[in-house]
Design a protein around this ligand. Sequence first.
Ligand code: GAP
Length: 513
Amino acid sequence: MNNQGDHFKNVISHAKEYGFVFQSSEIYDGLSAVYDYGQNGAELKKNIREYWWKAMVQMNTNIVGLDASIFMHPTTWKASGHVDAFNDPLIDNKDSKKRYRADVLVEDYCAKIEQKIEKEVKKAKKRFGDAFDENEFLKTNQRVLAYQDKIETILKRMARSLENEDLADVKALIEELEIADPVSGSRNWTDVKQFNLMFGTKLGASAESAMDLYLRPETAQGIFVNFLNVQKTGRMKIPFGIAQTGKAFRNEIVARQFIFRMREFEQMEMQFFIKPGTQGEWYKHWKEKRLNWHLSLGMGEENYRFHDHEKLAHYADAAADIEFRFPFGFKELEGIHSRTDFDLSQHEKHAGKKLQFFDPEENKNYVPYVLETSIGLDRMFLAVFSNSLKNEELENNSTRTVLKLPAVLAPTKAAILPLVKKDGLPEIAKEILQELQWDFNVAYDEKDAVGRRYRRQDAIGTPFCITIDHQTIEDNTVTVRYRDSMKQERVAVKNLKTLIEDHVSMKNWLKNC
Ligand code: GAP
């Protein structure tokens, strides 16, 4: 197993061992690609959601929130194109009987070429030392250029074939590239077929009168069908946005890579309604804004990149992904889509109702265009969690496992630790706990030696450990130990709140956006 694979295994086992993510219905052997969030996971997820909501809704007077239902009138999905076009191309291996997404097989093939490029970069870095210019190398090295060219040719051809519904050519591509089943190594493939990803269910008491429904595959449609409700009641003027977070469901064929691709997941989406013709500038604006939101968390600029789509979804005239370096390589984390007036026009047609805005400057009605930002909350969780998990060698030759979460997202902000369970220290500790509890999620731990308690907090990413000792009784000071540097300092109890606040407040982090 390579280092990346090892790290990913550690991520999954750490998430389980420390109460972040459990397999759903584990006592019944689990349900494939469905997960539950434990005591720490629920807090981390809530904090990510809040960080997004604050940046998108609270800090933009022209963006408002919405909480639409998961169940929607079935015509919604006919209008949106999901009944006819929300398909994945699937292919079966005749020997292993395993089913794959044909496009993912090809993308994985390209990811392997990408790894070869990374290897070349590493080798060159070693060779040239400080004088190495990575950008120049990527632009000029013949071998790298050939690899890049190969990736581009393959992806372009696949995009074209999928666009033209030429599934025979997708199969031909897989055969030409000699892509083998990752499990069995067999190249004995069936034809490529389309598979609709929506889950169906029924609404109603009797079989005759029941209505066929779908579980929503994206939260966006709840926003579109409420466009006029919000615009009129909120007296919103274009440009304005509607944001919401909530569950979405997809019957994914390739449900793997832990919480990266789930069958039930949560999205954080924002639809920004604009004047037709201005989509180019808003597309640029939101690409930049969203990347800055990610960068504000300090997880390394080098771990992000844009990927402009070759194959556009049925509703888009431009689209890009913000990709993140997950433990298994660069993959989509968020999508920025220029959706034109596709959705609102479709709903107008199917509902027979106008979904237009009267623009007083233009003195006319029009169907607004839409710029969408869409991020998977679970995927963001995986990005943050996997990037933060570190195994560190310490000076005394020991090691520690530490979850260096951005402090603003940490489930627990501080742990209150009385040095010993006597001499009145637990009582003082509990007083401090009760005071800080009003403002932060704080933990109390009096079991085991203090060093072991530090390690436990490191493992769940708590930025501060606050130790109450005998000196506290005399001068009302405590020892504050920082998670990342492990440095300790003496701090007056009355200054604790401000100290923690400075490090964890959303305001201080979001100011970097
Ligand atoms: N409304 C547009 C839309 O849904 P998408 O690219 O299909 O676009 C948006 O999904 C985001 O939702 C993705 O960038 C990803 O973060 C997340 N996402 C999509 N499918 C997912 C799945 N099966 N499991 C977890 N997250 C998923």
